[in-house]
Design a protein around this ligand. Structure first.
Ligand code: PEP
Ligand code: MN
Length: 371
C-alpha cells in the first residue's frame, strides 16, 4: 500500500510526526519513505510493506497528512501501474520530457570511433531539429578481442561537441558503476554542455549490483534494456531494482529477444509488447530497431525492415526510439551493417512522424467509441 502525502508536507510538523508514529506502531508492517523533488513541489510517498491485507483503505485515507491511498494490486511496487493509481508517468531531464504520452528519437552512433564522425552525426541531428542522441563509449562485446569502446577518453570531446550542436541528452551505456563517475567527472570538467541518460544493456539487465549502484544516484535517468533471454517479468523487476534504490527516472527498452528463430533478423522483434508494458507500468517505453533487426534488408517496396519495425512500434504508442546511424558505416568499429545513413535521417524522421500521426488518430478513434 502506498500513502501519498499532501505536497510539501513539513517533515518536522505535528501532522507528519503523528502519522509516522501511528504507522510505525502497526504490527508486521515496515515503512519506507520516498521523496520526489519536482520543479514546483516535493511529493512524499510512504510505502507500507508487509501484512497490509488487514488495513482499511478509508482508515488510512483519513490519517493526518494523507492525500491518497494506492493499494498495490500487482508487482512492480514503485514503477507499476496500480488500480486507481494516478501517479505521473513522466519526468523531465535537462529540458527534455519523457513520458508515456510523447515520443523522443535518439539517433546516433552505436560506438564513438573518432571526433570527426561524432561531429558529422551531431551536425546532422542539429540540422534535423533533434536534441537527443546515442553515443556508445563503453561497449559490451561478445568477443574479448573486439573493440571495447574508447571509454572515458572519448567523453570530453563527445560532450563538448554535443553542447556545440545543442544536444540535451545522450544515451550512453555503462557496464560498471565506475563509468557513472567517469561520466560525471567528464561532464564537470567540460562544464556540463549536455546531459546523459545511462543505459543498462541487455547483457546486464540482471547485474543486480550494477542496477543498485545506478539506482542509488538520482542525477542521471536510466534506460534499462530488456534482457534478451529472460522473461518480461524478470526484466520489469530489474527496472524495479533501480526504482527501489531511489531512481524513478527509468525508461524500459525493447531490443529483441535471442531465439533460434532469429533469422532473418538478428533478434526476434518484440515490439508488440509496447502497449503491454504501458499497461503494467508507468515507464515510458523505448524500442531499439537496430539491435533487433540488425541488418539493412528491404521489402519489395524498398522499405527497410528497420523502418517497418520502428513504424509498427510507434503506431502502437512507443515513447522513445534508440537507433544506430553512422556517417560511414563501412568504417564503423561496431555494428556498421545495421547503421542508417545520415542522408536517411530526414526520411526516417518523416516516417516516424507519419506513424505517430496514425497512433494519435487511433487514440482519438478509441476515445470516440462507447466505453
Ligand atoms: C547498444 O544499444 O549499443 C547495445 C549494445 O544494445 P543491447 O544491450 O540491446 O545489445
Ligand atoms: Mn550495437
Amino acid at each position: 500500500m502506498i500513502l501519498i502525502l499532501e505536497s510539501d508536507i513539513d517533515k518536522q510538523g505535528p501532522k507528519y510526526l503523528s502519522l509516522i508514529d501511528y504507522l510505525s506502531k502497526l504490527p508486521a508492517i515496515q515503512i519506507r519513505t520516498h521523496e520526489e523533488h519536482g520543479t514546483q513541489q516535493v511529493l512524499t510517498e510512504i510505502y507500507l510493506v508487509g501484512d497490509t491485507g488487514a488495513l482499511v483503505t478509508d482508515d488510512m485515507q483519513a490519517l493526518p497528512g494523507v492525500e491518497r491511498v494506492v493499494r498495490i494490486s500487482r508487482e512492480y511496487r514503485v514503477l507499476g501501474r496500480h488500480k486507481d493509481d494516478k501517479r505521473s508517468t513522466h519526468f523531465e531531464y535537462n529540458g527534455v520530457l519523457f513520458s508515456q504520452d510523447n515520443l523522443n528519437v535518439f539517433a546516433g552512433l552505436c560506438a564513438v570511433d573518432n571526433p570527426e564522425h561524432v561531429e558529422m552525426m551531431l551536425r546532422a541531428l542539429r540540422d534535423n531539429s533533434q536534441v537527443c542522441t546515442r553515443m556508445g563509449a563503453y561497449k559490451p562485446r561478445s568477443s574479448p578481442y573486439a573493440f571495447q569502446g574508447h571509454g572515458k577518453a572519448c567523453l570530453p570531446y563527445t560532450f563538448e561537441l554535443a553542447g556545440k550542436y545543442g544536444i540535451k541528452v545522450i544515451a550512453m551505456e555503462v557496464t560498471h558503476e565506475s563509468h557513472v563517475d567517469e561520466i560525471r567527472n567528464a561532464l564537470d570538467t567540460t562544464g556540463s554542455p549536455t546531459g546523459v541518460m545511462l543505459q543498462i544493456g541487455t547483457r546486464n539487465t540482471q547485474n543486480f549490483e550494477l542496477l543498485k549502484a545506478v539506482g542509488r544516484q538520482n542525477e542521471f535517468p536510466v534506460l534499462l534494456k530488456r534482457g534478451f533471454g529472460i522473461t518480461l517479468h524478470e526484466s520489469l523487476n530489474a527496472s524495479e531494482y533501480l526504482a527501489s534504490e531511489g531512481n524513478r527516472k527509468v525508461i524500459f527498452g525493447l531490443r529483441g529477444m535471442k531465439t533460434h528463430h532469429d533469422d532473418p533478423h538478428r533478434n526476434f522483434v518484440d515490439f508488440a509488447l509496447v502497449p503491454a508494458i504501458k499497461r503494467l507500468t508507468r515507464m515510458p517505453v523505448c524500442i531499439d530497431p537496430s539491435h533487433s533487426v540488425g541488418n539493412r534488408d528491404r521489402d519489395p517496396d524498398g522499405i527497410l525492415d528497420l523502418f517497418h519495425v520502428t513504424a509498427q512500434a510507434v503506431v502502437a504508442g512507443a515513447n522513445m526510439i534508440l537507433v544506430d546511424f553512422h556517417p560511414a558505416p563501412r568504417q564503423a568499429l561496431v555494428d556498421g551493417p545495421q547503421a542508417l545513413l545520415l542522408a536517411e535521417l530526414p526520411y526516417f524522421l518523416e516516417d516516424v512522424r507519419i506513424a505517430r500521426g496514425a497512433y494519435e488518430a487511433r487514440k482519438k478513434l478509441r476515445r470516440d467509441q462507447p466505453a
